[in-house]
Design a protein. Structure first.
Lengths: 112, 191
């Protein structure tokens, strides 16, 4: 596949720690929904802001996240390495980050 | 990803991802801007789509064709000189429906306001203080720059350099701003 600019992956588990904690505390489901909704929106807004203000750090964090995800033998190809990509201009990280719940793509690539 | 076939392809070495741009096609594949040759038996283009702005409907206002790209957007939902129209343009980075909700709530509030005023028409208009405002493309390419937006930018309305005259792409701010929009602001002309 040929892509014009790199794609960045957020390697994260498909769980929400805050929701888990609130469930453990037997908080009412409607409250949990509203609290977690706000937390997700708040965190996403903060993340989007950081991609403008500190895009280089965000890039490094995203790459580190993929590297740190379970399973050794990491082999990111050039297309997952913004630091070696002349095309990895700052604005593009704003458009090209994708959450990968459970990180199946990362696992697939690492097994290669 | 149906059956994980992409992952299997990558794992087996059959599939890979290259980040580059096309210089030109050659007899045997694609010459990339980096100078690398990408050999290919078949090239399947998936280079995005061309925007159909307003669904390619030929709108006319009082018999005059609407040139949508000549209008200026009020918060990415109303357009100068276009009466009684709001469109729903969601967020690129957050759920589209978050903004659909904000716009829908605003339109309901606006309709009630018009009912109270006995108005049958509302049109967004630049205010006296906006007359010298620079008019810019729909979105700053530093903010969002995929090919389909760049290719369609000339079809989209203009934005100004004030929050009222642009689509901010920021739900966290707009969730507070939209309910606070002053419906008697001079940006709304009622008739």
């Amino acid at each position: 596949m040929l892509q014009r600019s790199p794609t960045y992956y957020v390697a994260a588990r498909n769980v929400n720690d805050l929701a888990e904690t609130l469930r453990e505390l037997q908080i009412d489901d409607a409250w949990i929904h509203e609290i977690v909704r706000r937390k997700v929106l708040h965190d996403q807004a903060a993340f989007a802001r950081r991609t403008f203000e500190d895009s280089d750090t965000v890039k490094q964090e995203l790459i580190a996240g993929v590297r740190a995800a379970p399973r050794p033998r990491l082999r990111c190809g050039d297309s997952l390495h913004p630091e070696v990509q002349a095309l990895a201009t700052a604005p593009r990280v704003r458009a090209r980050w994708r959450p990968v719940p459970g990180n199946p793509l990362g696992q697939g690539i690492r097994r290669h | 990803v149906p059956d994980g076939d992409l992952f299997q392809g990558i794992r087996s070495g059959k599939a890979s991802v290259v980040t580059d741009e096309i210089e030109r096609f050659t007899e045997t594949g694609i010459l990339l801007k980096s100078g690398t040759m990408l050999e290919a038996d078949i090239v399947v283009t998936a280079t995005g789509f061309h925007l159909c702005v307003l669904g390619d409907i030929d709108f006319t206002i009082d018999g005059k064709p609407l040139v949508f790209s000549d209008t200026v957007t009020y918060r990415g939902m109303m357009f100068t000189g276009v009466p009684n129209m709001a469109w729903v343009f969601g967020y690129f980075r957050a759920s589209w429906t978050l903004r659909a909700d904000l716009v829908a709530d605003f339109v309901c509030r606006l309709l009630n306001h018009m009912k109270q005023k006995g108005a049958g028409r509302v049109t967004a208009a630049l205010r006296p203080e906006d007359q010298d405002m620079p008019l810019l493309p729909w979105i700053d390419t530093e903010n969002f720059n995929p090919g389909y937006v760049l290719r369609g930018m000339h079809l989209l309305p203009k934005r100004g350099n004030k929050p009222e005259w642009q689509h901010s792409q920021d739900y966290w701010s707009e969730k507070d701003q939209f309910p606070a929009i002053d419906l008697d602001d001079k940006a709304f002309v009622y008739a």
